[in-house]
Design a protein. Structure first.
Length: 326
């Protein structure tokens, strides 16, 4: 039976959704990481896993309210509501921060992921050969994703559906960025541009543009829903039967992802975004001494520490709240 929650608890869950949505907009940062450190990761995948047509059977027998509670729908609505609000409203803010304060923003994310690695890694209770191999495999896969060259793909409904199916799997995996997967697939600019056109056409009451954007977003979301349902079942099974190996794999994913969020980069190639602007596509991590411009070493260190302490304080808060409940 889902947890009994008060209205304020759902407000906090919505805030966590806002954080997940903001993270998912940025290529290289995983919303799954935010979910894990916020203490809602396992509840999220288990709730999605149990969601099926049985909801309507419970509704028919016991009423809508009982069905709503049994399937933890309030949790999903609060969380995904926050994610949706964040993606629709904060995408421009995150883009602005990446353009104006890239070193400081990446430093914050770098500190956040380091703390997340420590947080998840220390939950591994038994180290053996399988656990170590899983960790190494996670590092290799995640690192390769950060250096892989994106492909160019057609702007078709089928590919938009497949993009949603694949990207949502990455979005719920700590350490693997769904946005970066979209970038690798060549559909990041298409999806982000569609989100912006959806909002702009709604404001301008341009119904032709709205219809086109709505259908593409609906196709993408359908891919996301099916991908979530398929993969959540696998994750739930792994957590129940191979928890240490799964945690080691996720920790490896995050260690490999550190290459993507390393603040100092050298741009190797560019891509055109949804506004026709040239933005970095392939980048290489370099030492601050080799950085072209002011490396802001002191500020980067400060924001890395802030990112680290953010997770540390969240963990302390979650642990103290859990103790008070018992």
């Amino acid at each position: 039976m889902p947890k009994s929650r008060k209205p304020f608890d759902y407000f906090v869950i919505t805030l966590k959704g806002l954080a997940m949505g903001a993270a998912d907009v940025v290529p290289g940062v995983s919303g799954g990481t935010i979910a894990f450190i916020a203490g809602i990761y396992e509840e999220l995948i288990s709730t999605i896993d149990q969601l099926d047509t049985g909801f309507f059977k419970v509704w028919k027998k016991e009423g809508f309210k009982n069905a709503f509670q049994t399937y933890n729908i309030s949790f999903l609505l609060a969380l995904f509501g926050g994610i949706a609000i964040s993606i629709l409203s904060l995408a421009k803010l995150i883009t602005f921060l990446l353009e104006v304060y890239p070193l400081l923003l990446w430093a914050f994310f770098f500190g956040l992921i380091i703390a997340s690695i420590v947080y998840i890694g220390k939950q591994i209770t038994n180290y053996n050969v399988g656990v170590i191999i899983a960790g190494i495999l996670g590092i290799v896969i995640s690192y390769y994703i950060t250096i892989a060259e994106p492909v160019q793909t057609p702007n078709s409904y089928l590919f938009i559906f497949l993009s949603g199916f694949i990207a949502i799997i990455a979005m719920i995996l700590p350490g693997i960025s769904g946005s970066f997967i979209l970038l690798l697939l060549g559909s990041y600019a298409v999806i982000l541009g569609t989100v912006q056109r959806f909002v702009d056409s709604l404001v301008a009451t341009d119904w032709d543009a709205f219809k086109d954007a709505f259908l593409k977003l609906l196709t993408f979301m359908l891919g996301c829903v099916i991908g979530l349902k398929v993969f959540s079942k696998a994750l739930t099974y792994l957590f129940k039967n191979y928890q240490n190996i799964t945690l080691s794999l996720l920790t490896g994913f995050m260690i490999g992802a550190l290459n993507k969020v390393w603040p100092w980069k050298e741009v190797l190639s560019f891509r055109e975004n949804s506004h026709g602007e040239q933005v970095p596509l392939l980048e290489k991590s370099i030492l601050p001494t080799d950085f072209d411009g002011d490396p802001k070493i002191i500020l980067v260190i400060v924001f890395t520490i802030i990112g680290f302490l953010t997770i540390f304080l969240l963990e302390r808060f979650a642990n103290s709240k859990e103790k008070n409940e018992y």
